[in-house]
Design a protein around this ligand. Structure first.
Ligand code: ES4
Ligand code: ZN
Length: 326
């Protein structure tokens, strides 16, 4: 069977991954030791055993604890460099990486430290790995709009080191409307706009991400199949959905991978893509997401090529780079 080989070797773009979610337990312990930070787990094994999630919030609690070991510019570089090497091994040619500055600035780490380390890894990835990497700043939706505005203000001196903004963290109870004004400001600044919507939240959150925030892509969006009118809108406007199958499985969005609706999204003509979300926590990087999803759902080689093409079409890479990947 040659499908697994195809999934591995085909060039692809990753459009939905949180760089803090690429911190492997080994690196968490190494950075904790290097920085003299204590974490409430005795060993790598004990930490990994805590990765049994029941929903998004149960994951976020552990994810924010893991990120607390990041203090220096070199820490952010090392984290991003480890991910970019791993992505290159999976034939990822373009990586758009989310980062959560509020997780760090609220602990007293400066925006310069966070963006400086991540951006330096992106620059090195291009020359050393041939991976075109870019950063997307995410606002934490469980925090206030005021905090998001303050974060944007702190990031503007580094405007040329990130390409857009997104919205992540606890979805239910924090609808897109809460961030209407800050997204309007980001739009004026010429930043690309994306938002998590329809991961656990209802189709109404996908509608408001599109109509109120005016996002160009929807992160997850798998709840959209519950609303036929929304499916038509996403297809008509060619709005990419950055789907994360292993994440959805680990956070119990779908009870089994065989029940995942990726095939349904593709059949409806949507620009669906496959992504790893938080690969260190959800059991796999890009190729593992493709391999397990195809094995469980019976998607075929034609759909594999479609997903790869969708990932480049949906990316924010410049037109010249997209041509080179076609
Ligand atoms: C996230 Cl899976 C997921 N959903 C929402 N926010 C997140 N931050 C990191 N991973
Ligand atoms: Zn995500």
């Amino acid at each position: 069977e040659r499908l697994p080989e195809l999934l591995g070797i085909m060039p692809k773009a990753e459009l939905h991954m949180h760089i803090e979610g690429s911190l492997e337990p080994e690196l968490i312990f190494a950075l904790a030791q290097r920085n003299g930070v204590t974490i409430p787990y005795a060993s790598v094994e004990e930490l990994r055993k805590a990765y049994a999630f029941t929903n998004l919030q149960s994951f976020l609690d552990i994810y924010y604890a893991g990120a607390s070991v990041l203090l220096t510019e070199q820490d952010f570089y090392d984290m991003a460099w480890a991910y970019l090497q791993r992505a290159a091994a999976d034939n990822v040619r373009r990586a758009e990486m989310f980062f959560d500055p509020q997780t760090h600035t609220e602990r007293g780490v400066s925006m310069a430290t966070v963006i400086g380390g991540l951006h330096r890894a992106c620059v090195d990835a291009k020359t050393a790995l041939g991976v075109d990497a870019a950063l997307i700043l995410c606002f934490l939706r469980h925090l206030s709009e005021e905090s998001a505005f303050e974060t944007l203000e702190q990031a503007l001196p580094f405007r040329d080191q990130f390409i857009g903004v997104g919205l992540d963290s606890s979805e239910v109870g924090h609808p897109p409307e809460k961030f209407a004004r800050v997204f309007a400001r980001c739009r004026e600044l010429g930043l690309h706009l994306v938002a998590h919507a329809g991961e656990e939240g209802p189709p109404a959150y996908v509608w408001s991400a599109l109509d109120v925030l005016k996002v160009e892509r929807i992160d997850h969006g798998v709840q959209s199949t519950k609303d036929p009118a929304l499916m038509k809108r996403l297809a008509a406007d060619r709005i990419p959905l950055t789907v994360c199958p292993l994440s959805n499985l680990k956070l119990c969005v779908f009870p089994q991978l065989s029940q995942h609706n990726l095939g349904q999204l593709l059949d409806a003509g949507l620009i669906a893509t496959v992504n790893s979300d938080d690969p260190a926590y959800f059991g796999g990087y890009m190729n593992e997401n493709f391999l397990q999803t195809f094995a469980a759902t019976g998607l075929d080689a034609k759909q594999a090529w479609q997903l790869a093409a969708n990932s480049f079409e949906g990316s924010f890479a410049d037109v010249a780079a997209k041509k080179q990947w076609r």
